[in-house]
Design a protein around this ligand. Structure first.
Ligand SMILES: *Cc1c(COP(=O)(O)O)cnc(C)c1O
Length: 287
């Protein structure tokens, strides 16, 4: 496996960074998860834009232009000869001292690109749907650490994941500080109510897969709305599913012990999953 590490392609064993990198010491960095299907990188520009927006807010200067970043991603994919891949792009503040002051980080920081395969859940779960629970850890307040930032500081999500795992579940709903449904630990959430698609409008990361689903709905005459959702609305939905680049679209059939609809992946979910399969295989940046 070849890994892109700050301008060079190196073997996995040589892909090492300093223990003084503030990405490691403080989670001071940003990342993206991207997928390619059939040698087409799906929604690449959206992912690169989001990475640079996160970096901009963090005042973290990425030492590549967006075009250079795209080229580096393509170079890495080609070096690994992957037709279908999960691409992880990481940018860090770089090597500093043990204090957290980012001004002490010298140089350009690290840019890391890993291309690999990833399947988050078993086929069985994609076919039959998963059961999830709500956990006590609330999603970061936008005023504290805005969920729009896809930063290396992922502890909020990991704590929620641990709570889900402790109870025997693979994924968790996180609420915002007001008690509204925000998202899951690494995925956005949708429900279907009266045939209409609903998804939280705030408190969550603006997922690119989420936007793809909203666009697919618009094109296929499925009514959709971004709104505030409570757990009550999730429990009484006809369908529920999660979206994310890694997870793609996964049906949810039980939440906090309540059956969703008839406890089977629903019509709208299956329709969108089919449309998603087509759009991901036919669109993207070729390599
Ligand atoms: C990355 C991520 C998602 C999914 O976003 P996509 O752009 O669809 O991959 C959702 N929630 C969180 C917290 C994330 O980090």
């Amino acid at each position: 496996m070849k890994i892109y590490l700050s301008g060079k392609l190196v073997n996995k064993e040589q892909a090492k960074i300093s223990v003084f990198d503030h990405g490691f010491l403080y989670g001071d960095g940003a990342f993206e998860g991207i997928r390619s299907y059939n040698r087409l990188i799906f929604r690449l520009a959206d992912h690169v834009d989001r990475l640079y927006e996160t970096a901009h807010t963090m005042m973290l200067k990425i030492p590549l232009t967006k075009d250079q970043m795209v080229k580096a991603i393509i170079t890495t994919l080609r070096a690994n000869n992957l037709k279908d891949a999960y691409i992880r792009v990481i940018v860090t503040r770089g090597e500093g001292d043990l204090g957290l002051d980012p001004r002490k980080c010298k140089g350009d920081g690290n840019v890391i690109i890993i291309t690999d395969k990833i399947t988050l859940y078993s086929d069985e779960l994609y076919r039959n749907g998963m059961e999830i629970i709500t956990v006590p850890t609330v999603r970061n307040l936008p005023e504290a650490l805005n969920p729009q930032l896809k930063s290396l500081n992922y502890l909020n999500n990991i704590l929620a994941k641990i709570e889900a795992n402790n109870s025997g579940y693979a994924e968790a709903i996180m609420l915002d500080a007001q008690g509204y449904v925000a998202e899951c630990t690494g995925d956005n959430i949708f429900i279907v109510k009266n045939g209409r698609l609903l998804t939280p409008w705030q408190g969550r990361l603006k997922g690119i897969t989420r936007q793809v689903v909203l666009d697919l709905a618009a094109k296929n005459k499925i009514s959709a709305k971004e709104c505030s959702l409570t757990r009550h609305e999730i429990f009484n939905a006809e369908e529920c599913f999660l979206t994310g680049t890694a997870a793609e679209i996964i049906p949810v059939v039980k939440v906090d012990g309540r059956a969703i609809g008839n406890s089977r992946p629903g019509k709208v979910t299956l329709k969108l999953t089919g449309l998603f399969k087509v759009i991901t295989r036919e669109n993207g940046v070729k390599y």
